[in-house]
Write a protein that binds this ligand. Structure first.
Ligand SMILES: *[C@@H]1O[C@H](CO)[C@@H](O)[C@H](O)[C@H]1NC(C)=O
Ligand SMILES: [Ca+2]
Length: 142
């Protein structure tokens, strides 16, 4: 009974935020439009996101005075707005919290803008960990 009550409270207090823990194959399916965009393949994305977030959409990392949100670790200095930085350029014109939910449409749009502007090196895990030997990051469909 107690747990039902707390569940009710949680869903009442945070109605908009549907966080999600993806699996490798679920995420591959959702991100398939990213495959090849800007020369980056899907397994490179899956690998990079795993190393940054373990596929948890609620990942928030404070780094060097910035805060980075969600699977693509989009920061509040240039790309989205939050309550911590008032002068954000907010290039993606969006609240950073939108990068913590289970709908990755807006995340992918903003990640493509970052890729166009800063290149894949925005995501520091990519070069050392995810630029070769990518077989394990493919989703083998049955
Ligand atoms: C930013 O988003 C708001 C809606 O959230 C929209 O009304 C506005 O036109 C957008 N601004 C730009 C520059 O796209
Ligand atoms: Ca989102």
């Amino acid at each position: 009974m107690m747990s039902l009550v707390s569940l009710f409270l949680v869903s009442t207090l945070f109605p908009a935020l549907q966080a999600k823990q993806f699996t490798k194959c679920e995420l591959s399916q959702v991100l398939k439009d990213m495959d090849g965009y800007g020369g980056i393949t899907l397994p490179e994305w899956i690998c990079t996101i795993f190393h940054m977030t373990a596929y948890d959409t609620q990942t928030i990392i404070h780094n060097n005075g910035r805060t980075e949100y969600g699977l693509f670790q989009i920061n509040n200095k240039l790309w989205c707005r939050d309550k911590h930085i008032h002068q954000s350029r907010n290039i993606c014109n969006i609240s950073c919290e939108k990068f913590l939910d289970d709908d990755l449409t807006d995340d992918m749009m903003c990640a493509k803008k970052i890729l166009n502007s800063e290149g894949i090196d925005y995501w520091l895990a990519h070069k050392p960990l995810c630029s070769e030997k990518l077989e394990q990051w493919l989703c083998e469909k049955p």
